[in-house]
Design a protein around this ligand. Sequence first.
Ligand SMILES: [Zn+2]
Length: 405
Amino acid sequence: MDGRVVEVGDGPPPVDRDRREYAFLAPALVDGHCHVTGYRAYPNADTPFAPHRAFLALLREAGVGAVRDLGNHAEMAANLPLLPDAPIVRAAGPVLDEPPGRVEHCRLVVDEAGVRDAVRRAAAEGLTWVKTYSALRPRWVAAAVEEAAAHGLRVAHRPGRTDAVTAVRLGVASVEHLPLCLSPAVPAATAVGRRSPADIVRAWADPAQAHFVPDLMSTVAGTATAVTPLLLAWRRAAVLEEAVAEPLLDRLEAVAPYHKHLHQMRGPGLAFGRKYARRYLGYEQLRGQARQEFEQGWAALCRCLVDLAAVGVPLVAGSDAPGVSLVPGYALHAELAIWEAAGLDRAAVLAAATTGNARWLGIPPWSAGVLALPADPFTAPALTAALAGAALAVAPATATLEVVP
Ligand SMILES: [Zn+2]
């Protein structure tokens, strides 16, 4: 300890370490957008929750004590808190969408009554969020917001047929995926996604699209709507080399086994693997002009992130794990590093991912546990270095934290 924090109640010390080795304690990290899910490459009746347990172990290891799960089976939301070492979970259950549906965990609705019914079901199942998905039309997003409010739920929206600006005006609590916030409304047919992730990022460099940024800024500023950027998720989905280079890729195999194919693409395997990556994961080859435009789009996205923070828009730190090459817990660290590299202050970034996320989700910050770091994060050269060696210590409800100035 460096003398600032002398005691963390009577909870057990972090696993594998004596708590005196930690130089810095903060409320646990909160992943504001992930999906506690996974699958087995082969059936294993003995451990039906093995992928979920692997997910939770990674969260814990990385110092994450609470999550907002924005799309999962309703049964998982009910079962997750029963698993050992489960974090605090705020969940949306199945996403609300119009046919044909693009994700496995969805409730498809064909009229407004169906929307209201689905929201009431979510409330009855103990869910606290409703996720409105890509193909849902604006009138039905409005109905979801209204019905959710009547039942004490909040709405998180993925822009698509209802664009980000419209969703903000309709009063959603959060807009997910900053890269999708640029687009004007897309017709239902294309809301199920024909553009590659690289194309969506590249659009941010397109002068013809540039006027959507001030639209977004002026609409969202001054409202209560938060934005969940999920920048790492888009970079990983667009840049194959970076997805393949994820140092903890092998740890993802227990959650989503297809990552072993990405792992095998390291080195000379990449040339061979591109075809697989294009066919099954939607990667395009980013070379020359395309790569340059992608990086310009990325820079514009990063500027928008900083501008949003500057006008006081709440930013929700999230990872979208276990998406492609997104390791639970560690992907949140990497997302935060992107925010810092974009120009946000390190203290503000850490605050957003700990107390900021917790309070926004209605979770008392210390109740999700304690983020214990081996070194002062403000002296480390980069935020990822600062978060390396993070662990989650348990702070029981009776814990008292005494901080010595
Ligand atoms: Zn997601």
